[in-house]
Design a protein around this ligand. Structure first.
Ligand code: ADP
Ligand code: MG
Length: 334
């Protein structure tokens, strides 16, 4: 509860930064342009001297446990009825999927969050909870249900076929629904993990492998929490979002489909940045409608919601331009 107060005090949007461990191929240690100290990140290179501050830095030595520890109080908010959004942002290859999914030896935020929800539910004797899980991918402005039964080869979507497209409905109560999205009730931790890993398996063997679409799509996991205690019932949503790569297009010399995919990602990420900046500055108009991503998340980013953005950066000299862009995004959100 003290932690909850602390979060409220700092506002409902928190920005973390995680620095990817350098994967050095040689013995020569090249000095990284990125140095971190507490909440500050310094970027130094020829002609570049920039400083950024965030709510919390996870340096190269940070563990999955360190990140989870920081996110845990926010999961409690989700159990208490708040909508919560945890977003992984950054250039491709900087560890977004590592933070969210992790590996079998080093579980990431999603499997840890699922575990936490069930263990809390087991301990809380005054309420009963039920959980359901949905997963979807936003790719070039269309939505794909990752838990739907499969009838068609998925690569059709890559060619622009939108048979798997879903639409977004705003209800009169202000909440948002993705029409027709599969929502699987998970009675226990084992079932929840089975669904989660089923999705991961199918995703990695479908279009993700073709042309590495995963870096140019957003992957959203939604856990719906239904809590009954006494006379009242409460529904809240926990979103765990592995965003598409934030890298700019010019560097990669992209063309054709890759270019279009990159544009779609850039557009939706800047729409997300605009929404968060407007919320942060308490603007009366929040431009949710500018992308599918922000439409879907619109009831979980604003009033009464808790948002955590984990901005991932590379320690490498070659990525310094992207690093500054990503930290600029973080700065706007604060
Ligand atoms: P992204 O999803 O941002 O494209 P990944 O999560 O796929 O990046 O990370 C790229 C590679 O680096 C993967 O092999 C991943 O396991 C590894 N990696 C990223 N961050 C870490 C970390 N903090 N510790 C260990 N390995 C990491
Ligand atoms: Mg990834």
């Amino acid at each position: 509860e003290a932690l909850d107060k602390l979060i409220d005090l700092k506002g409902s949007i928190r920005v973390f930064c995680r620095v990817q461990p350098s994967i050095s191929t040689s013995n020569i240690k090249i000095k990284s342009p990125v140095t971190v100290e507490q909440e500050n990140i310094a970027v130094r290179a020829v002609g570049i001297k920039k400083d950024f501050s965030v709510d919390r830095v996870f340096d190269q030595e940070s563990t999955q446990d360190d990140v989870f520890h920081e996110v845990r109080p926010i999961l409690r908010s989700a159990l208490d009825g708040h909508n919560v959004c945890i977003l992984a942002f950054g250039q491709t290859g900087t560890g977004k999927t590592y933070t969210m999914e992790g590996t079998s030896d080093n579980l990431g935020l999603v499997p840890r969050a699922i575990q936490e929800l069930f263990s809390h539910a087991a301990q809380d004797t005054s309420s009963t909870y039920s959980f359901s899980i949905s997963m979807l991918e936003v790719y070039m402005g269309s939505l794909r249900d990752l838990l739907a039964p499969r009838q068609q080869p998925l690569f059709r979507s890559i060619e622009g076929n939108t048979t798997c497209n879903l639409s977004i409905l705003a209800t009169t109560s202000g909440s948002v629904q993705v029409e027709g999205l599969t929502d699987v009730t998970v009675p226990d931790l084992k079932k929840a993990n089975q669904w989660y890993s089923r999705e991961r398996r199918s995703r990695s063997t479908s279009w993700t492998n073709v042309n590495n679409v995963s870096s140019r799509s957003h992957c959203l996991t939604r856990i719906t929490i239904r809590r009954c205690g006494g006379v009242t019932g409460q529904v809240s949503k926990l979103w765990l979002v592995d965003l598409g790569g934030s890298e700019r297009l010019l560097k990669t010399g992209a063309s054709g489909l890759i270019m279009d995919e990159g544009k779609a990602i850039n557009l939706s990420l800047s729409a997300l940045g605009d929404v968060i900046a407007a919320l942060r500055r308490k603007r009366s108009h929040v431009p949710y409608r500018n992308s599918k991503l922000t439409q879907i998340l619109s009831d979980s980013l604003g009033d009464g919601s808790k948002v955590v953005m984990v901005v991932h950066i590379s320690p490498s000299k070659d990525d310094v331009g992207e690093t500054i862009c990503s930290l600029g995004f973080a700065k706007r959100a604060r």
